[in-house]
Design a protein around this ligand. Structure first.
Ligand SMILES: Cc1ncc(COP(=O)(O)O)c(C=O)c1O
Length: 402
């Protein structure tokens, strides 16, 4: 087997979750998903499709009507308000989940030995794909703010833009960036996106922008979503934007996502999809189509609820002695450090066994966040979050007495 594959790190989030599997007394917030089932009308669309006998292979790049619907939704959100060219359906590829879209983009753009720069901490799958392809990966770390300042809250992570730009040179094939970010909640500003885009145009670097959390954004905006590279880019810019049905439509288990690419990539992407998954399943795409058509019935309510989750969890955590945690503008995670606990993998395992609380260790996302813990606040029941904080508080009290 390839040494690169043998050396891939196993998921540390799984390692913690495995320690608590089958224990009904554990409150689990370790995975990045809501505990709410996909809305009924979306499930019904898949059932109807199966009942019609749609059980066959389909187009590599997705059902034409789904590609069209995605293109219209993306245009409405991003290019129409900015007066940019509409996003054509030929620029859309439907994929078997956001993670599949990320992998396809990296397969399409990165040769073994190519230099890839990624902004971290980040969900480990984003960097693993480049490693699997044999790329030379370099990371640029966000910085955690220790004290409250004009630039933001204590516990918030910020980007040193000049540092990032200095790391992207004519040798850099691809920049990978995820904002709103999993796990830190950090979000790129429009000005930062513009500077990155301009810089990458001069160095000839591709941008792979993971914007799967764009709708889960809690600041007021004209288009109800986080700033996107699509608000700025020309159709043939070297830009691939990755999206997912998982987060905004409560569809994690369906494995459905998409990417927006320059139209010149369409043929190559179709070939790559053929050799990876051949296509996303038709009944899943039918469900996705209905989810998009009726998105106003799902996403605004979900975002409002997630905001309530955030505003329940974060202030409660901030009351714990020594805990610094910023309220994220986007995403569905609170990211924080516990005073005196520097090994997050060990802490997360102990929290499972001693407190019945399941969190993800920050070491899963980058060395610079190895002392941090991630709490997914997408909980249908707000009381679960309060209960979780109570467990953490009791555990911290016991630690301080021993
Ligand atoms: C930043 C980020 N990108 C992509 C994904 C992939 O989502 P999916 O493969 O479920 O569409 C996730 C899932 O947690 C994520 O956090």
């Amino acid at each position: 087997m390839r040494r690169t594959i043998l050396n891939l790190e196993e998921s540390k989030i799984r390692e913690v979750a495995n320690a608590g599997l089958g224990r009904s007394d554990v409150l689990a917030f370790w995975f990045g998903e809501s505990d709410e089932v996909t809305p009924d009308f979306i499930r019904q669309a898949a059932i109807d499709s199966l009942q019609r006998g749609e059980t066959f292979y389909a187009h590599n790049l997705g059902l034409p009507e789904l590609r069209e619907s995605i293109a219209q939704a993306m245009t409405q959100k991003h290019t129409a308000p900015e007066g940019l060219e509409p996003i054509q359906a030929q620029r859309i590829a439907v994929t078997a989940g956001g993670v599949n879209a990320l992998m396809l983009a990296v397969q399409a753009l990165v040769d073994a030995g190519d230099e890839v720069v990624a902004v971290t901490p980040v969900w480990p799958n984003l960097t693993a794909h480049a490693v699997i392809m044999g790329a030379k990966l370099r990371t640029v770390a966000l910085t955690a703010q220790r004290h409250k300042s004009a630039a933001g809250n204590a516990g918030a992570w910020t980007l040193d833009l000049p540092k990032l730009l200095s790391q992207i040179t004519a040798h850099t094939k691809l920049l990978i960036v995820n904002a709103p970010n999993n796990p830190t909640g950090w979000t790129l500003s429009r000005e930062e996106q513009s500077a990155i885009l301009q810089h990458c145009r001069t160095t000839g670097t591709w941008i792979l922008a993971d914007e799967v959390y764009e709708n889960l954004y809690y600041e007021p905006t004209h288009n109800d979503c986080a700033p996107s590279f699509l608000d700025l880019a020309a159709p043939e810019d070297r830009l691939v934007v990755v999206h997912s049905f998982s987060k905004s439509y409560l569809m994690t288990g369906w494995r459905l996502g998409w990417l927006v690419m320059p139209q010149s990539m369409e043929l190559a992407m179709g070939k790559l999809i053929e050799f990876n998954t051949s296509c996303a399943s038709v009944f899943t795409q039918r469900a996705g189509l209905v989810a998009l058509e009726r998105r106003e019935e799902v996403t605004p309510r979900l975002v409002q609820h997630l905001k309530a989750c955030r505003d329940t969890l974060v202030p409660a955590l901030q009351l714990l002695p020594g805990v610094q945690v910023a309220s994220p503008k986007g995403g569905m995670y609170a990211f924080f450090q516990l005073p005196g606990h520097t090994d997050s993998l060990e802490t997360a395992k102990r929290l499972v066994s001693e407190a019945g609380l399941g969190l993800a260790p920050g070491s899963a996302f980058a060395p610079e966040s190895s002392a941090w813990l991630r709490w997914c606040f997408a909980s249908k029941d707000l009381a679960r979050l309060t209960d979780g904080v109570g467990r953490l508080e009791r555990w911290l009290k016991i630690q301080s007495q021993t």
